[in-house]
Design a protein around this ligand. Sequence first.
Ligand code: AMP
Length: 231
Amino acid sequence: MRGAALDLILLGPPGAGKGTQARRLGAAFNLVQLSTGDLLRDAVVAGTKAGLAAKSIMEAGGLAPAETVIAIVDGRLDHPDISGGVIFDGFPRSIAQAEALQHLLEKRGRTLALVLSLEVNEDAVVERISGRYTCERCGEGFHDRFKRPRIEGVCDVCGSSAFQRRADDSAETVRDRLAAYRRDTAPLIEYYAQKHLLAPIDAMSTIDTVSDRIAARVSAVSKDRGVKPVP
Ligand code: AMP
């Protein structure tokens, strides 16, 4: 058994690398990645009530209804696999969601360990988003310019040759997603700084360098919390 759970938030604008870094961090520290974007996309594909409520808003780059997102997170936190810790990716996206998260954690006797804020400039974000795609089978992320598969058309991780691009990664929708980030999500930086939970991370470097910076901050906080290292 490990010590206390290690619950973390990855904060940052679309294209900052939250998904990529959450996957790596999850593997390195044995934490579960909880991406509200992924859960909502699954709900859209499954045609559930939550999916129907979110579909057109997601396509337009706006924020899905808070109660839909919070209900999805609440349900996911009931799963026993999260006992070691969760990386929240894309949630919370507003002060109201941050307050809801605090409540969801408190009722389970948990507290946030750290908020990693990925800092990037906006031009880079648009470039990162417009060239990205993922492996359909295992979810590994690739990029037309920055991270091509070692063998063209074949996933480095699982060997699949099926890839997908997100419908909301078009230049026009990206602008709306950035506007939503600036308006609703960026205030969380100050909110968590005041709670002494914020760890700013320079995310303008290579994926490996950013992972190392994040791992250093998470290792330090996990030692403070008495979390035993992953063997
Ligand atoms: P992401 O994969 O995090 O970029 O999210 C894709 C889209 O899902 C966003 O543009 C929103 O429309 C929706 N979404 C994801 N997370 C949230 C959230 N926490 N609150 C509201 N909408 C969300």
